[in-house]
Ligand binder design. Structure first.
Ligand SMILES: NC(=O)c1ccc[n+]([C@@H]2O[C@H](COP(=O)([O-])OP(=O)(O)OC[C@H]3O[C@@H](n4cnc5c(N)ncnc54)[C@H](OP(=O)(O)O)[C@@H]3O)[C@@H](O)[C@H]2O)c1
Length: 303
């Protein structure tokens, strides 16, 4: 039995579909009755809980062989801080996994995770990794670069930005490099670590086959959608200063049926730095060639 926390999210949904095809027995953690019922309708066992609430996890891992922690946030909301969700949440799940004598704990970290990072997202991902690594439970950690595919937040935001006005706003120079990986390739990597003793105690850093600037990624999406608009670079300082006004502008735009994607100062900061690893990381670690960004985008973006 595989227990999945975060199975209701973007990557989780793709993973669940693939695991179902392979007839794995799955138990999903869902945060609401509605989501638990949706999981059950798809044929999975489901329990209601929140990884930040230890008591809600009690006995949910009975009979579980592998725990998959895909839970993550990219923005702090109310009391759901990076510390609480990534660090405390992972600690709760690991403690429960120890109690249930789980054989394999998978943690989804992120490329750039580091205890010395200025980014709270990356720092707390690294802290969660430490908890997993020192738990005594056999583990595997993934540090993927940005994952794209049907339902991902990143390309969805770019699509929304493309619709807003006569030009496409890009915060900063847009020259920082990313290494997007197609979600179905991420799933292929994941399938290779199940029941694989070689994957135990491993931390895999990986991404797609190319290092692409944010500008290039925007261009690829524009070309695929056959949209022709000039890109307007907004100096990072100005973009960050404008953030407090953006929620108000977003609300007004909403009245006119336009959606302006929100961003945080930290997310803008991350857009200014490279987030890459070896271009052949998937081939080296998992033995196959992942799709290029251009090909991946064409698989899931509809004009
Ligand atoms: N997408 C990427 O490009 C990317 C790249 C590198 C690493 N990652 C990491 O990969 C993981 C999955 O990413 P994603 O893009 O699939 O994220 P996502 O779509 O935002 O999904 C997040 C999942 O976490 C669940 N969740 C959030 N807080 C929770 C809590 N307190 N207790 C239980 N469940 C909670 C959400 O449940 P609800 O459905 O109830 O909200 C959802 O199922 C995250 O850890 C992310 O940091 C993602």
């Amino acid at each position: 039995m595989i227990f999945i926390a975060g199975g209701t999210g973007f990557i989780g949904q793709h993973l669940l579909r693939a695991l179902k095809e392979k007839d794995y027995k799955i138990r999903c953690l869902a945060r609401s009755h509605e989501r638990a019922e949706a999981c059950k309708r798809k044929g999975f066992d489901a329990v209601i809980g929140d990884i930040t609430e230890r008591d809600s996890l009690k006995n949910t891992l009975d009979g579980v062989d592998m725990v998959v922690n895909l839970v993550g946030i990219i923005e702090e909301k109310n009391d759901m801080t990076f510390e609480k969700v990534h660090v405390e949440g992972t600690r709760n799940l690991v403690d429960e996994a120890k109690k249930a004598e789980v054989k394999h704990f998978f943690y989804q970290s992120a490329l750039g995770a580091s205890l010395s990072s200025w980014s709270k997202y990356h720092k707390t991902k690294a802290e969660a990794e430490e908890i997993v690594r020192t738990s005594g439970v056999p583990y595997t950690i993934f540090r993927p670069s940005i994952v794209v595919g049907h339902g991902d937040g990143f390309t969805e935001r770019i699509r929304e930005l493309l619709k807003v006005g006569p030009f496409v706003p890009v915060p900063g120079t847009g020259n920082a490099k990313l290494q997007p990986i197609y979600v179905e390739d991420w799933v292929r990597c994941f399938l290779k670590i199940i029941d694989n003793p070689e994957a135990i105690s491993k931390v895999y850093e990986f991404g797609g086959p190319e290092h692409l600037t944010y500008n290039k990624m925007v261009k690829v999406i524009m070309d695929t959608l056959e949209i022709k608009k000039p890109i307007l670079h907004i100096p990072m300082g100005i973009a960050k200063m404008g953030l407090p006004f953006m929620s108000g502008i977003g609300r007004i735009a909403g009245i006119f049926g336009k959606k302006i994607p929100a961003a945080t100062s930290e997310q803008l900061g991350l857009l200014a730095i490279d987030n890459i690893c070896e271009p052949d990381s998937v081939k080296k670690n998992f033995g196959f060639e992942p799709l290029s960004f251009n090909k991946a985008i064409k698989r899931f973006i509809k004009k």
